[in-house]
Design a protein around this ligand. Sequence first.
Ligand code: HAM
Length: 420
Amino acid sequence: MPEFSTPRGTVDILPDEWRYWDFVVDRARRVAELYNYRRIETPTLGDVSLFVRATGEATDIVQKEMYAFRDQGGDDLALRPEGTAPVMRAYFQHGMNRLPQPVKLFYIERMYRREAPQRGRLREHHQFGCEAIGSADPFVDIEMLALLRQFFQELGLSHLALHLNSMGDSACRPAYLQALTAYLESRANELATLDQDRLTRNPLRVLDTKETKSRDVVSGAPSILDYLCEPCLEHWNTVLEGLEALDIEYQIDPALVRGLDYYTRTVFEYRTQYESAQSALGGGGRYDGLAETIGAPVTAGIGFGSGIERLILTMRDGGLEAPPPSQPRVFVAHLGSEATVVATKIATTLRGEGIAAILSFGNRSLKAQMKAANTSGAAYAIVIGEDELQRGSVTLRNLETGEQTKLPQSEVASAIQSSP
Ligand code: HAM
């Protein structure tokens, strides 16, 4: 064994797992395109201050989880902990604010957070994300939730609960924060120590708590929905009506505040029925104030991210299968050094014709090669021995029926192509 293995919280994606990955990524791309989202990819590295300003100084991501470092040239960089801030940065950097709005972008990217690794919680994970930037229309929210529902349905994940809340905006949130702070302070001694600390830095984060001790206090907290200003309330009601028109079930959850500071108005999370820290299969919301925090003109936006590792875990836990990978068609066996060269040429020709071929390696007996052919998953074997070499032919064997025919080397590709 070598002295190394994967760093904590990171995993190798092994060949047997790729059918799930290919399936999920294919569905993600397909659904995004059905809703007219176009693909973007931003660099894995971003400015530390972009993430600090966008996601918020007091968030776990910035406080504890970001892989940040100063490089040899003195630049402060971070491994991307989330996808929204860099997409917003790219939107302005490339003049997408001058295109017809909203600009709808999707990504399938790796994210890095130094969290405590657990099942479904990694330090390097992948997200399928969508961002619609440049419109405050509540129907953009509704369309996005329809997209997300269709994505989960296409994966076979039909029993997810959609949690929904509004975070208000800069007009109404201050009054809510005041009421929330007053309430939490009045019961501070009943909160877990961690939440007492959160209360001083960012009281909204207390609503997000995973601490059992704080649960009772949190369940009695004032609801932001009672503090929404007129425009936020109108937006909220339109979103609810739209979801009802599309038969999208939801659960209003005033404790849903999400772990990033940039949210305004609609926030949402799709969860599995299993209550655990890893139950969130996708979440997001509006971020109408984000552009301003990174020095750009006020620009509305909404988006979500969905963790691909968690989706695959949930699919597998639920016994959902991904389509099997395609099998090789032909196993090319040969005997003798001259035959090896001919076999290599034939295998290369077959692949050039789009036929997946396995070329046998090493000086193995024909018996050993046929055994390998039978377990390879190939439908046919080609054998090139002394006799075939002299005649310029091959023996083509149907591995299922055992039927054999001899045919000229030049006809192998078309014979296989026309066989079932
Ligand atoms: P987030 O809720 O932090 O939001 O992450 C989105 C999703 O990524 C989660 O619901 C979860 O499925 C997955 N995820 C997050 N952290 C991990 C982890 N450590 N291991 C495995 N999966 C994980 C965001 O990142 C926002 N940028 C989403 C968004 C887009 N909001 C607006 N636009």
